[in-house]
Write a protein that binds this ligand. Structure first.
Ligand SMILES: Cc1cc2nc3c(=O)[nH]c(=O)nc-3n(C[C@H](O)[C@H](O)[C@H](O)COP(=O)(O)OP(=O)(O)OC[C@H]3O[C@@H](n4cnc5c(N)ncnc54)[C@H](O)[C@@H]3O)c2cc1C
Length: 499
C-alpha cells in the first residue's frame, strides 16, 4: 500500500483524529483484506469524494473503503467501528441532497466495486443484485427476456441501485409504477458494527415487521445495503411516446391536472420549460424540441395495442383543449429514444447555461402546479437568479434548477435563500419537502416544518435501534438540534453547524 496519504508535513485529518500510528494501522489492516485498490487515503484522491451532486456543500472524507461483497463490507465496518469512525455509504454520488457527503469526515464506504448481477430469475420475475450495480445495467440485462426494472431516475446511466434504495428514488415512469419502495423485495445489509442483516428471504411474502420497508429510503442512516432483491415487470406490448408543444408553461401544467382528472393515465408525464429546451437543443442531447415553445410535455403511454390507441386519441384531444398547439408521435424507436435522451440529459445540458446547478426538489398538489411554478420563477426573479424547470409533472414533483457560479459568494448566498423560500412556498401550498431526492443534508432541518418534536423523536428512536451511536451517515435526514432551538436560533446553513 503506498503511504502517499502521509506525504507532506501536515497530518491528514485521519491522523489528527486517531494519531499517526493508529491511522497507519487502520489503513494497513483494511488493505490486508481489501487489497490496495480497496482503500483510498491520499488527499488528492479523497477530494474527488468531497460532494455528491449538491456541490454547494463540500467536505472530503478522511478515508474511502471499497469492499467487493457483503463479507468484506462487514469486516471493513467492524474495523472502522473499532476506531470510532463515522461511516457514509456512497453509490455513484449522483444524489442531489448532500446525502453521500461526509459532513463530519470519517470514512466513505463506496459500493463502486460491488456491481454484480447475482441472479436473474425470469420465471419468477426478480433479480438479485449487488448494491453498486448501475440502474440502467439491470434493465439492459433483462430486456432480452421481456422484462424491465421500472424505477428509472434520469441519472440511471450512472446511479446505483443501492443509492436508489437508500433514497427511495423515483423517475419519469414512477408515475405509473411507483417509486423504488414498491419494487424492493429483499435486502442484505450491514450495520455500523459490521453485523449482517439478511432480509432477502422469503422473497415474495415477508413475515413479521416490515424491515425492508423501514430500510428503504433511510438514506444510509441505518445500514449499508450490500445486496438487493428487486421486482421485474413484463415489458408492455406497446409504448407510444408523444411530444406536446405549448405556447405557455402554465397551460402545460394545467393540462396535467386535466389528464389525470379524466383518468387518462399515461406512464410518464414530464415537462421542460423554455430555458431547458434551449440548453438541450444546444447540447449533444439535442432532441428536436421546438425552440419557439414556452414548454414541451413528454408522455409515454403503455399497454396493449388496443388500449394505447384508445388512450392516445383521448389524450390528444385533452392536450389540444388545454392549448397544446402541436402534437408529435414518435414514429420509430430511434425517435422515441431521442425524445427521451433530451429529457434525461437535461441536467447535463444545463452546464451550458452556468458553471453550477442547484437542483432542488419539492412535491406539490398537482392542481397547483401552474401557480407554484410561477411562484418559484418570481422568487428567482426577485433574487436575480436564472431558473430552469424540468420536472416529473404527473407526480406534482417540481425540480426548480437554479443556474449559478459557485465562485461568486454573493450569488451562492442568493441561491441558498431561493432554495429556502421555494421550500416554504411549496410547504405552504400543502406540498412536501422532497419528491424523490431525499432530505440528506440539504433538507434535514426542514423536517421541523412538517413534523412535531414527538414525531421526530420517534424517528430518532428507530434510528437508535439500528445505530445507537449514530455513526451511520451522521447529520443527515433528521434535524441535528431540537426544533424549538432551530426555530429560535439565528438561521444557519446545513453544514455550518458541524460540531
Ligand atoms: C442528472 C441527474 C438526474 C437525476 N434524476 C433523478 C430522478 O429522475 N429521480 C430521482 O429520484 N433522483 C434523481 N437524481 C438523484 C440521484 O441520482 C438519485 O438520488 C440516486 O438514487 C442516487 O444514487 P447514487 O448511486 O448516486 O447514490 P449516492 O448519491 O452515492 O447516495 C445517495 C444516498 O444513498 C446512500 N447510499 C448510497 N448507496 C447506499 C447503500 N448501498 N446502502 C445504504 N445507503 C446508500 C448515501 O449515503 C446517500 O445518502 C438525479 C441526479 C442527477 C445528477
Amino acid at each position: 500500500m503506498p503511504r502517499d496519504h502521509r506525504s507532506g508535513s501536515a497530518r491528514t485529518p485521519l491522523e489528527t483524529s486517531l494519531s499517526v500510528e493508529r491511522a497507519a494501522r487502520l489503513v494497513d489492516d483494511l488493505v490486508a483484506f481489501l487489497g490496495p485498490a480497496g482503500v483510498v487515503a491520499d488527499r488528492e484522491r479523497l477530494s474527488t469524494y468531497e460532494s455528491d451532486g449538491l456541490a454547494l456543500f463540500r467536505q472530503a472524507p478522511w478515508l474511502v473503503v471499497l469492499p467487493r461483497d457483503t463479507a468484506q463490507a462487514s469486516r471493513a465496518m467492524a474495523r472502522l467501528w473499532a476506531d470510532g469512525l463515522a461511516i457514509v455509504p456512497r453509490g455513484a454520488g449522483t444524489g442531489l441532497s448532500g446525502g453521500a457527503t461526509a459532513v463530519r469526515g470519517g470514512a466513505v464506504l463506496s459500493t463502486a466495486r460491488m456491481r454484480d448481477l447475482l441472479e436473474l430469475d425470469v420465471e419468477n420475475r426478480f433479480a438479485r443484485v449487488q448494491a453498486g450495480l448501475v440502474n440502467a445495467h439491470l434493465s439492459k440485462a433483462c430486456a432480452g427476456h421481456g422484462l424491465f426494472y421500472a424505477p428509472d431516475p434520469s441519472s440511471q446511466q450512472a446511479c446505483t441501485l443501492g443509492g436508489n434504495f437508500a433514497n427511495n428514488s423515483g423517475g419519469p415512469h414512477c408515475f405509473k409504477y411507483g417509486s423504488t419502495v414498491r419494487h424492493v423485495l429483499g435486502v442484505v445489509a450491514v450495520d455500523a458494527r459490521g453485523d449482517v442483516l439478511d432480509l432477502s428471504e422469503p422473497r415474495l411474502d415477508p413475515l413479521g415487521l416490515d424491515l425492508v420497508g423501514v430500510l428503504t429510503g433511510s438514506e444510509g442512516t441505518l445500514v449499508l445495503a450490500t445486496e438487493l432483491t428487486l421486482r421485474l415487470l413484463p415489458t408492455p406490448e406497446r409504448t407510444e411516446t408523444l411530444l406536446a408543444v405549448f405556447g405557455k408553461l402554465g397551460q402545460a401544467c394545467d393540462a396535467v391536472s386535466d389528464l389525470i382528472a379524466r383518468n387518462l393515465e399515461p406512464s410518464a408525464i414530464e415537462i421542460l420549460d423554455r430555458l431547458t429546451i434551449e440548453a438541450v437543443e444546444a447540447s449533444v442531447y439535442r432532441a428536436g424540441y421546438p425552440l419557439d415553445a414556452d414548454a414541451v410535455m413528454l408522455l409515454d403511454v403503455e399497454g396493449s395495442t388496443a388500449e394505447v390507441d384508445e388512450i392516445v386519441e383521448e389524450l390528444e384531444a385533452v392536450l389540444h383543449a388545454n392549448g397544446g398547439r402541436e402534437l408529435r408521435r414518435a414514429s420509430t424507436a430511434l425517435e422515441r429514444k431521442r425524445l427521451w435522451a433530451g429529457r434525461k440529459g437535461a441536467f447535463g445540458a444545463m452546464g451550458r447555461v452556468a458553471p453550477d446547478l442547484y437542483v432542488t426538489d419539492a412535491v406539490v398538489p398537482r392542481t397547483r402546479l401552474a401557480e407554484l411554478v410561477a411562484g418559484t420563477a418570481e422568487i428567482c426573479r426577485e433574487l436575480g437568479l436564472k431558473l430552469a424547470n424540468v420536472f416529473h409533472a404527473g407526480d406534482g414533483n417540481l425540480h426548480p434548477n437554479i443556474c449559478y457560479d459557485g465562485r461568486d459568494a454573493n450569488e451562492v448566498a442568493r441561491v441558498l435563500e431561493a432554495g429556502h423560500r421555494i421550500q416554504e412556498l411549496c410547504l405552504a401550498a400543502g406540498g412536501a419537502l422532497s419528491g424523490e431526492h431525499g432530505l440528506g443534508l440539504e433538507k434535514r432541518d426542514g423536517m421541523c416544518a412538517l413534523y412535531n418534536q414527538a414525531d421526530l423523536d420517534a424517528m430518532g428512536k428507530l434510528r437508535d435501534a439500528f445505530d445507537p451511536e449514530r455513526r451511520m451517515n451522521p447529520d443527515k435526514l433528521l434535524p441535528t438540534r431540537p426544533c424549538m432551538e432551530l426555530r429560535t436560533a439565528p438561521p444557519t446553513l446545513p453544514g455550518e453547524d458541524r460540531g
